[in-house]
Ligand binder design. Structure first.
Ligand code: NAD
Ligand code: GLY
Length: 377
C-alpha cells in the first residue's frame, strides 16, 4: 500500500481460506441493492428457500427494508427478528429468543441466517446460526467499520456471560461476507473513529504502509470518504484473512489480532461496558502496549510517540482515567490469555510487527504496572 495511493471505487473480492472453510468477502459501494445476486451463489448450492434476517431496531429501518424487499422479490421466504440495540443484548437469553422464534417459524435446515448490523448483531446471529438445528449457513452483512474490518470475518461468534465478554461461543465461519461501504455514511462519528482504532491496529501489527497511509489521509478517513475507507477495509481484511488462515483456532499467531485488547477489554469491563466503545478502549490499550514496549526495550520511544499521536489525530483516547486504574490489573487477569499468575501480552517491536511477551515469568509485573501508571490521567 502506497501512502499517497489514489483510491478508486470498485467492488473487490477477497477469499478467506482456512483448514475448514473458504468463503468470499465482497467490498464496495451499493452492494445491498444487489443482495439477491450475491446470495444466489450460496442459495443455489445449498437449496436455500428461507432466510432468517437478524438485525436491530437502528439498522433495520436504514437498510433492512431494502434487503428484505430484494430477497422477497427473488422468491425467498424471509423471517425477520429485530433485537434491541446494544452490547447488553448480546446474551444467551437473546440467542434463546431468536432460536425459539426460528423454531416457531418452522425454519428448516434450508435456511440462511443473515446478520445485518454491527459486531453485536454479527456475533449473536453467528452464534444462533452455529447452533440452530446443529448449524445452518450464515451470511454476514456488516454495517459498521469495525464489523467490516474485523468481526464479520474469521468465524468467531459468541454471546456474553455475566462473568465475561464473549465467554460462550464457537468458531463458525460465514459462507459470504458483504461489506457495503455505502452503509458507513450513516454511522455516528464515534462509531467511525472506534472502527478506525481497529484499522490503526492492523497497521501496527502487520503493515507499516497502512500506518503511513492513515497518517497522511486522516482528513479523508474522518470525512468518511468511501473510496479511502474501501481501500483500508480491503487491506485490513487481507491481513485478517492471512492470520486466520494460519491459525484458525486462535492457538498461536491469531493472538496478534488482540493487540491493545488486554487493557482494552479490562477497561471496558471496569467501566461497565458503557463508557467506552470497543475501539476506544482498544486505543487506550494500544497506548499502554506501546509504553510497555518501550519499557522492556522492544519498541523505540519515537515510534511509541508516533502511534500515540496518530490515535490522538483520530480523536481516540490514549489515557486511563485515574478512577479506573486501581481495578485494571485484576480485570486483566480474567483475560483469555491469562494463565495462573502469568499474562501473555502483545507488544510492538516496530510499526508493522508485534510479538507476544509473558509477564509474571519472562518480564516482571512491575513493568506492566509502570506502563499503566505512565498513561494514567
Ligand atoms: P455495534 O454492533 O454495537 O454497533 C455500533 C452502533 O452502530 C450500534 O448502535 C448500531 O446499531 C449502530 N449501527 C450499525 N450500523 C450502522 C449504520 N450503518 N448506520 C448507523 N448506525 C449503525 O458495535 P460494533 O463496534 O460494530 O461491534 C462491537 C462488537 O463486535 C462487540 O460485541 C465485540 O465483542 C464484537 N467483536 C467481535 C469480533 C469477532 O471476531 N467476532 C471482533 C471484534 C469485535
Ligand atoms: N478479533 C480477534 C480475532 O478475530 O481473533
Amino acid at each position: 500500500m502506497n501512502r499517497d495511493q489514489k483510491c478508486e471505487s470498485a467492488v473487490t473480492e477477497l477469499k478467506i481460506t482456512t483448514a475448514t472453510s473458504s468463503y468470499p468477502i465482497y467490498i464496495g459501494a451499493d452492494l445491498l441493492p444487489r443482495i439477491d445476486h450475491y446470495l444466489s451463489q450460496i442459495a443455489a448450492t445449498n437449496g436455500i428457500k428461507d432466510l432468517l434476517l437478524i438485525s436491530n431496531e437502528t439498522v433495520y429501518p436504514l437498510y433492512g427494508e431494502l434487503v428484505e424487499r430484494k430477497l422477497v422479490q427473488s422468491g425467498k421466504n424471509v423471517a425477520r427478528f429485530l433485537m434491541p440495540d446494544g452490547e447488553q443484548y448480546k446474551t444467551w437469553d437473546m440467542a434463546e429468543q431468536i432460536l425459539s422464534f426460528a423454531l416457531q417459524q418452522r425454519l428448516s435446515r434450508q435456511t440462511v441466517v443473515a446478520a445485518l448490523g454491527g459486531g453485536v448483531v454479527g456475533d449473536l446471529a453467528g452464534f444462533v446460526a452455529a447452533v440452530y438445528l446443529r448449524g445452518v449457513p450464515l451470511v454476514q452483512i456488516p454495517t459498521t467499520l469495525l464489523a467490516q474490518v474485523d468481526s464479520s470475518i474469521g468465524g468467531k461468534v459468541a454471546v456474553n456471560h455475566p462473568l465475561g465478554k464473549n465467554m460462550i461461543g464457537a468458531f463458525y465461519h460465514p459462507r459470504l461476507v458483504l461489506a457495503d461501504s455505502s452503509t458507513l455514511a450513516t454511522l455516528p462519528r464515534r462509531e467511525l473513529t472506534a472502527g478506525l482504532a481497529e484499522v490503526i491496529k492492523y497497521g501496527i501489527i502487520g503493515d507499516e504502509q497502512l500506518f503511513n497511509f492513515l497518517e497522511v489521509n486522516t482528513g479523508h478517513m474522518l470525512a468518511c470518504d468511501p473510496h479511502y475507507l474501501e481501500t483500508v477495509i480491503h487491506r485490513c481484511c487481507e491481513i485478517k484473512a492471512e492470520v486466520v488462515a494460519d491459525d484458525e483456532r486462535d492457538q498461536g499467531l491469531r493472538a496478534i489480532l488482540n493487540f491493545g485488547h488486554t487493557v482494552g477489554h479490562a477497561l471496558e469491563n471496569v467501566t461497565g461496558y458503557t463508557a467506552y466503545r470497543h475501539g476506544e478502549a482498544v486505543a487506550v490499550g494500544m497506548a499502554a502496549a506501546c509504553r510497555l514496549g518501550v519499557l522492556i526495550g522492544s519498541f523505540s520511544n519515537s515510534e511509541a510517540e508516533r502511534v500515540i499521536n496518530l490515535l490522538a489525530q483520530y480523536q481516540l483516547p490514549t489515557t486511563l482515567p485515574a478512577q479506573a486504574r486501581p481495578s485494571i490489573t485484576a480485570a486483566m487477569m480474567h483475560d483469555k490469555k491469562a494463565v495462573g499468575n502469568q499474562l501473555w501480552f502483545v507488544i510492538p517491536k516496530r510499526i508493522g510487527e508485534v510479538a507476544l511477551a509473558n509477564f509474571g515469568e519472562e518480564y516482571s509485573w512491575d513493568l506492566l504496572e509502570q506502563a499503566l501508571d505512565s498513561i494514567t490521567d
